[in-house]
Design a protein around this ligand. Structure first.
Ligand code: DUC
Ligand code: ZN
Ligand code: ZN
Length: 493
């Protein structure tokens, strides 16, 4: 018997800090040693000519989510996690729903049981849509005790959105408990007003989804979310930043010392209004919120990635197929308004469920557009794909790391493999990818999850149920800075 269960030998390792040559010795699912010429393992994998990064952590994806209207997003934990692993993501954080008018316990019963089918490790953000005293004073503290330490709020979508008063209540509770808060920032009333006018003008195409929520709508809500978080002194992450307007709000607040972080997604630096204008209603495939922007916005998003304002890239993966959801006047919470029909029988833009599938393509697109095109270096890729999310969500030291003691989640990248993204080769359960035909350079050859080969050359070997729930303990980053206006800490009462 060797010292190790598995040795990954001869690769170029990329961590969030450096790039170096070493073997990786793995024991009991954990990285046990790094070094040259490690002794033999019971199993050996050659990484010669490959780049080895920590496994991806997708800290924002919607999997098998059950809506208040009874609809279930089409991606199951089994299919979604197979797709994640095939694309180099070994763990993810998805959402526990709260239905308005329901306790947390009574919302989407059985959801946590379903998650046990995952092949990748997983955790949850708890969505709060109805912050009653019972929920905030009893259920959320119990949830945090169970290791679910992040809350998600929406400032738009009916029936998900919170008023400012409700949002403040969530922020104050999170601060008392040392939980983290993530926010979808768009102005609900502004969007509703624009939708009404667009429909009145007979403008119903998928492109008008973007017209209904231009950057100013996102900027306003981002500014407001940050201001309220600053008032409470509660750390937040602004989800899916799509434009410079919103990113600039985050950068300005960070410069003042506010604990705010910004996330973006591959759709915001690769897709644009052009994709919303596909023939035969295929523009619906690219409907997501915040909406896609003009192509000229991409360079600005890259600049904000490069300057660290946007320091996490997630998929915001959504399980809405073109045939069954996007074209079918989707009955989903992630749409805005009744299904006004068009003469061609397709739904008006406001009734198309919002969201794109991207859990499998997130890292290959980021690697290709970022590393292969020279926009970011390998340590930055690691920060964006796993290490920064691990810090923000209380998984540092366990995920997103190559250091001994961390989980042996690894991706062996072939940096020279050139291919095009094709639906027929993906593992997700959705019937399209918005990146169909995109040429990419760099692809995961092998994904290792906690020391086991989970995917080899596109073949998923990890079984449903082999993923583990990631319970998260207290951590400093989720704590307030101690700065409150006038020294009066209203959240402490
Ligand atoms: N945006 C999407 O595009 N889909 C799901 C939720 C969201 O905020
Ligand atoms: Zn969102
Ligand atoms: Zn989302």
């Amino acid at each position: 018997m060797g010292d190790f269960d598995l040795v990954v030998r001869g690769g170029t390792l990329a961590s969030a800090a450096e790039v170096f040559e070493a073997d990786i010795g793995i024991k009991d699912g954990v990285i046990a040693a790094l070094g040259r010429n490690l002794s033999r393992g019971a199993e050996e994998v050659s990484a010669k000519g490959l780049i080895v990064t920590p496994g991806g952590l997708d800290s924002h994806c919607h999997i098998e989510e059950i809506g208040q209207d009874g609809t279930v997003q089409e991606e199951s934990f089994s299919s979604g996690s197979a797709a994640a692993l095939a694309g180099g993501t070994t763990s993810f954080i998805c959402f526990l729903p709260q239905w308005k008018g329901y306790s947390l316990a009574d919302s989407a019963p059985g959801y946590e049981e379903q998650a046990k089918r995952s092949r990748a490790d997983y955790s949850f953000h708890q969505i709060i849509t109805d912050p009653t005293a019972e929920v905030m004073e009893k259920e959320v503290p119990a949830l945090v005790q169970r290791g679910i330490r992040s809350l998600k709020v929406f400032l738009t979508y009916d029936p998900l959105r919170l008023t400012d008063g409700e949002f403040l209540r969530v922020l104050a509770t999170a601060r008392r408990l040392g939980a983290f808060v993530t926010v979808h920032c768009e102005n609900f009333d502004a969007i509703g007003w624009r939708i009404e006018a667009l429909l009145k003008a007979g403008l119903t195409d998928p492109l008008q989804h973007a017209w209904s929520r231009p950057p100013v709508v996102e900027r306003e809500a981002t500014h407001r979310a940050i201001a309220l978080a600053e008032l409470v002194d509660q750390p937040i992450q602004v989800f899916h930043v799509s434009c410079e307007d919103a990113a600039a709000e985050i950068a300005a607040a960070r410069a003042r010392g506010v604990k705010v972080w910004g996330e973006t997604c591959p759709q915001y630096f690769t897709l644009s209004h052009d994709d919303l204008q596909g023939a035969d209603f295929t523009g619906a495939k690219a409907v997501c919120s915040p909406a896609l922007r003009e192509r000229s916005e991409h360079a600005r998003i890259w600049r904000r990635i490069q300057d660290g304002t946007l320091d996490v890239v997630t998929s915001d993966h959504c399980g809405f197929s073109f045939a069954t959801a996007k074209k079918a006047a989707g009955s989903s919470a992630y749409g805005t308004g009744a299904a006004a029909q068009r003469p061609d029988g397709m739904p008006a833009f406001n009734a198309i469920p919002n969201g794109v599938p991207g859990i499998e393509t997130r890292l290959p697109v980021l690697f290709s557009e970022g590393v292969s095109k020279g926009r970011i270096d390998l340590p930055t890729f690691v920060k964006l794909s796993s290490a920064n999310a691990a810090k923000l969500f209380g998984l540092a030291g366990r995920k997103g790391t190559l250091a001994p003691g961390g989980d042996a989640d690894l991706v062996l990248w072939d940096p020279d493999r050139e291919t095009t993204i094709a639906q027929e080769r993906l593992h997700h359960a959705i019937d399209y990818t918005p990146w169909e035909g995109l040429p990419v350079k760099g692809w995961p050859s092998i994904t290792i999850r906690r020391g086991e080969i989970a995917v080899q050359e596109g073949e998923v070997l990890a079984a449903p149920g082999s993923g583990r729930f990631l319970s998260r303990g207290p951590y400093a980053l989720a704590r307030g800075s101690g700065r409150v206006p006038d020294g009066f800490d209203a959240a402490a009462l």
